[in-house]
Design a protein around this ligand. Sequence first.
Ligand code: F6R
Length: 625
Amino acid sequence: MCGITGYIGQQQVVPVLLGALQKLEYRGYDSAGIAVLNNGELLVRKAKGRLTVLEERLAHETIAGTLGIGHTRWATHGEPSDINSHPHTDVSGRIAVVHNGIIENYARLKEWLQARDVVFRSDTDTEVIAHLINYYYQTSPGGASGGLLAAVLEVLKRLEGSYAIAVVAGDFPDRLIAVRKDSPLIVGLGKGENLIASDVPALLAHTREVYFLEDREVAILYRDHVDLFTEQGEKILRAPSHVDWDVESAEKGGFAHFMLKEIHEQAKAFADTLRPRLKTIAQSSGSTADAEYDINFDEITLDASWATAPRIVITACGTAWHAAMVGKYAFEHFARIPVEVDIASEYRYRGPVFNRDDIFMVISQSGETADTLAAMRLAKKGGARILAITNVVGSTLSREADLVLYTWAGPEIAVASTKAFTTQLMCIYLLALKLGRLRSLVSGTDYQRYLVALARVSAQAEMVLGKKDMIQRFASRQFNKHKVFFMGRLFDYAVSLESALKLKEISYTHSEAFAAGELKHGPIALVDENTLVVAIATQHELFDKIASNIREVTSRGASSLVITWEGEKGFSPIADEVFTIPKTEDSLSPLLSIIPSQLFAYYCAVQRGNDPDKPRNLAKSVTVE
Ligand code: F6R
């Protein structure tokens, strides 16, 4: 996720762009940049670091101009650096581009351009766009007279992936071109000025009249009007929309809190994590079920040593450790590799025994957690090869690990982790299934069945979110409970751990998770009429066992909620409430079964008057021991 903006009008553009970028900085903050058209010449300024670094640099010079584009970056291709920051320009330096999204076929496009003597300066996927626009600008029918629009339309035919793009060119001081596919882009319509941004708040200082660009629509912004086109170049006529959100709620996309927004973003985050790795190798019809898939990680190579690794060791903290717990079940289930999961703060002090052939994984949203880094460094010193799963490109973890899988969840602002967790799970499942297949432990048919199931998870997450009112109502009745226990078995136990952490972090309710079979070995002594027990029940072979555990707690006065599959009737007679999630494979259930618990924690926190985005005593990134 990055933020892009652009302006054409009467005002000096630099303060306008910086003002918009401040509103977009939540979308990415590892670097920022602008390009301004000044007397037919493009002036590009960019800097690694927060927007303030760029602002300080710009404070020392005067850049005049009333047309420009800006970008705030959340690195995906290429580490955060001045060079990799946007805008990117073509070889002539006369075309500048900002981009939010991922160009999946950029490597092929880069080779194609390099074969035509184009020299690249950055490691980004975006730079191909600037060079391609120049290529078609110079060579398309009609040559330069074909214009910027014709060149952009040619380029769109070649791009695969997601993008919101803004383009300015020295030869066209009267226009700015913008286009989107699968990444948001809004056009703001002002008086004598028009602008674009990735999100509404960045426009509100200028206008409330907007076009929400649809996928593959192209906008040309002039000072006095805006034209919309299809990607075939046909003009589109439609009325603008009026935005009446206040600025604060607009920053959160209309949601009351970043946490709720991020819970909702999970459906898209699943798709973003999966899309670059799930390759369609055959397609007999348009339907997901008829496609044949494979998993391919462009960023890592799973050589033969992966298939023969004797053990996987995973370390992490907090929510990421819970993802590791799901990983334990997933790797053992699909690939039959023994997995040891360790809390990073424990691992570093217990004189761990590792073997050079082990696969050592570290999981961290931020990539900066002190204990996780220390555990990784210890393992590295001992000769282990490290695979990191992280959300932050350029983080310390990503720089020091041997191999990196990014979760592509986009920035997570709320302290309580939600979309980072579920995208960590998606990466784990992809790895586990691929290893299972490499080790011939998952048959070709089962592999396809699981991959089709993964491809459906994004839509299924939307369905769970569509029923959030039920969870809200449930939370409004239960938020004052003194104790909330989550229980489950296998994958459901791992989800229980994460559910209890979410609830305690933001609602400050005493909550714990138990492996359901452990209940009668002690924890059941705590159960009374002030207790709510949430049972996660998605493992068919253990339904009878978990049903017995539910009876054990309800007969001692506890209220109960069961989270289970749609169509499961067995729990209704024994539980106070049942919340169902769309059916997928039992072994993939954590991808969906955690969502109701995230919502429950969120609504309990709100009911108790807490700020779910900034829970007391907690920090987003724990960079000290
Ligand atoms: C829970 C939470 C923390 C983090 C933990 C590890 O909602 O946010 O428990 O999961 O501090 O952080 P990362 O993943 O950045 O290493």
